[in-house]
Design a protein around this ligand. Structure first.
Ligand code: XCC
Ligand code: SF4
Length: 615
């Protein structure tokens, strides 16, 4: 029997649209994934090298054919080099995003940034203190200088517990400038440079730390300064947020620089009036992926869906403009948008797509560009073919906006209530669940089952990215979801009026989780690796997730991956990541595709940590 396409997702809205796509002959990532089968076994194991033109070389995993590349590189070397290059790419993505935000911040303080301003002055002042500078200009210059710093640690790494900092220093992995670490990855993986898998992986950790405690943290902090630190907000999530009678504009990608302005432009009474003249009831902005998370956290803009729903959104026939910036945007969107009236609009000079109209974004003219984009969407509304519109009815309410500041606020101004709940065992521990969708996993199956299992076992969950959106869709981000939690966690959530699953933001906002972990560790006088905490990325796909996994483990948090990274070709590398790392950074990776077993691994880890802390 042919596979039922609905089995590709547990999300009813996605199932509905998958059905629609199949009947209309519209191709999606799931179809393309099928066409890729069987995927390259060498690639899956990380055993293929194209780093020089004596290759490509590949190692026979069964040891019968080639055991070395032309240069003599072994499986261990090739796997470690490929891993390092993935970390470099992921760290580069987060950090180049951060650079753009830092640039905008600098333009603002120099008075050159048109429509942008400082929204959280108190946070900016805290950062000035942290950097030991007296002026906003000095802060902007110092942060900008972090990227190319040749020596000395990145300032935000000083937020980590002293023990962790000493460990990084001792291991020689305290990160210097972000750009420097990434360049060094490319250098070391060039033919004939670093050929020691341990040395390669240590540099991978260093680079990833420059991302987590550098690039990503800079992005988060400065986005808060520029656009406001998130506070508790209610909104809705899933394809059902698209409106049949309004102009629908989806903002998709990762950087909030333009989407902030789109949200503002869409609220402009003049433009709303124009939309009404076109026969629409108004303008509806909805988000996708992390751009969606950014505007959700700060403005309560509804979320249309997570990563694997980007094509499904277009296929509703109700999207008048799909506006994208950078990262996680499928190049397939152009052709699909071409089957509908949907305008696919690219905005970043760094990210162009086939079939897209390019309306380039620059800080000085951001609001004008945003207005022009929204106007295009408004004008496009009349081209919508209502006979082809199919909007799934599903949408769920969600409570979001859990920055560290919000969490501390909800606790009454100090971490103490959380610490005592952890000590008493009401909260068994903390689970950080993050990451993408991946057609290798039934959409949201890994996310939802893992999170439900954790809260059922009194593990408080913090999340970001596409996991947070999966949980939003499933109703797990509501205070009422506490009823799905174990008795201890339920009591704490009810007392505080918070959900058992706290949406902390976009993927760069995993830096918020690091800050929270550091604060808890400092309050307990221990290292992060001593905490009853664990991380997971049940459906990860992107190189950014590889960098994230590396900095989370490098910061001392045991992490379970739900899809298999391309390292199985080297038992030495696997051994280092899954057990040897324990003696180096105090944490390891595990791979477990089954979310129930993954939860069990995390809970076991949390319990053993509790025991060691004498709890
Ligand atoms: Fe992208 Fe950030 Fe992954 Fe989702 S979770 S698919 S990276 S949007 Ni980061
Ligand atoms: Fe082959 Fe070595 Fe060149 Fe890689 S670097 S392609 S293993 S010769």
């Amino acid at each position: 029997m042919a596979k039922d396409i609905r089995d590709s997702s547990i999300d009813p809205a996605s199932q509905d649209m998958l059905d629609v796509c199949q009947r209309a002959g519209l191709e999606t990532a799931w179809d393309r994934y099928e066409k890729q089968q069987p995927q390259c076994g060498f690639g899956e194991l990380g055993l293929c090298c194209r780093n020089c033109n004596m290759g490509p070389c590949r190692i026979d995993p069964f040891g019968e054919g080639a055991t070395k590349g032309v240069c003599g590189a072994t499986a261990d070397i090739i796997v470690a080099r490929n891993l390092l290059r993935s970390i470099a790419a992921g760290a580069a993505a987060h950090s180049d995003h951060a650079r753009d935000v830092a640039h905008t911040f600098r333009e603002v303080v120099y008075g050159r940034a048109g429509s942008y301003s400082i929204k959280d002055r108190a946070k900016m002042e805290r950062l000035m203190k942290e950097y030991g500078v007296q002026t906003d200009i000095a802060l902007a210059d110092s942060i900008m200088a972090e990227f190319g710093k040749q020596d000395g640690p990145i300032q935000f790494t000083r937020r980590a517990p002293a023990k962790r900092q000493q460990l990084w220093e001792k291991l020689g992995i305290e990160p210097r400038g972000i750009d420097r670490e990434i360049v060094e990855c490319m250098h070391r993986t060039h033919m004939g440079v670093d050929n020691d898998y341990v040395n390669l992986i240590l540099h991978g950790l260093r680079t990833s730390l420059a991302d987590g405690w550098g690039g990503s943290m800079i992005a988060t902090e400065l986005q808060d300064v520029l656009f406001g630190t998130p506070t508790p907000t209610f909104s809705e999530a899933n394809l059902g947020v698209l409106e049949p009678n309004k102009v629908n504009v989806i903002v998709h990608g990762h950087e909030p620089l333009l989407s902030e302005m789109i949200v503002a432009a869409a609220a402009d009474p003049e433009i709303v009036e124009l939309a009404k003249k076109q026969g629409a009831l108004g303008i509806n902005v909805a988000g996708m992926c992390c751009t969606g998370n950014e505007v959700l956290m700060r403005h309560g803009v509804p979320v249309a869906g997570n990563f694997l729903q980007q094509e499904l959104a277009v296929a509703t026939g109700a999207v008048d403009a799909m506006v994208v910036d950078v990262q996680c945007v499928m190049p397939a969107l152009g052709a699909l948008a071409g089957c509908f009236h949907t305008l696919f609009i690219s905005t970043s000079p760094k990210a162009k797509f086939p079939g897209a109209v390019h309306m380039e974004f620059h800080e000085e003219t951001a609001l004008q560009t945003a207005r022009a984009i929204v106007l295009e969407a408004v004008k496009n509304y009349k081209n919508r073919n209502s006979a082809r519109v199919h909007i799934p009815k599903e949408k769920s309410k969600c409570m979001v906006g859990f920055s560290v500041e919000t969490i501390v606020g909800a606790l009454g101004g100090t971490l103490d209530p959380l610490l005592s709940a952890i000590k008493s065992g009401a909260i068994r521990g903390i689970g950080a669940v993050v990451g993408c969708n991946n057609p290798k996993v039934v959409q949201d199956y890994g996310h939802i089952n893992l999170v439900k299992e954790l809260i059922r076992n009194n593990v408080l969950v913090v999340n970001t990215g596409c996991n947070a959106q999966a949980c939003a869709k499933a109703g797990l981000l509501l205070p009422e979801a506490a009823d799905m939690a174990g008795e201890g966690l339920k009591g704490v959530c009810k007392a505080l009026g918070i959900p058992p699953v706290l949406h902390m933001g976009s993927c760069v906002d995993i830096s918020r989780i690091l800050v929270a972990a550091a604060a808890i560790a400092n309050a307990l006088g221990v290292d992060i690796s001593d905490l009853p905490a664990a991380g997971a990325a049940p459906e990860w796909m992107s190189e950014k997730a590889v960098a994230i996994g590396a900095y989370v483990v490098g910061s001392g948090v045991f992490t379970v991956l739900g899809t298999v990274p391309a390292v199985l070709g080297s038992s030495a590398v696997v051994g280092l990541l899954t057990s040897g790392a324990k003696d180096v950074v105090g944490a390891t990776f595990a791979v477990e595709p089954d979310p129930f077993k993954a939860a069990a691994l995390m809970i076991d880890h949390i319990d053993s940590q509790r025991k060691k802390l004498g709890l």
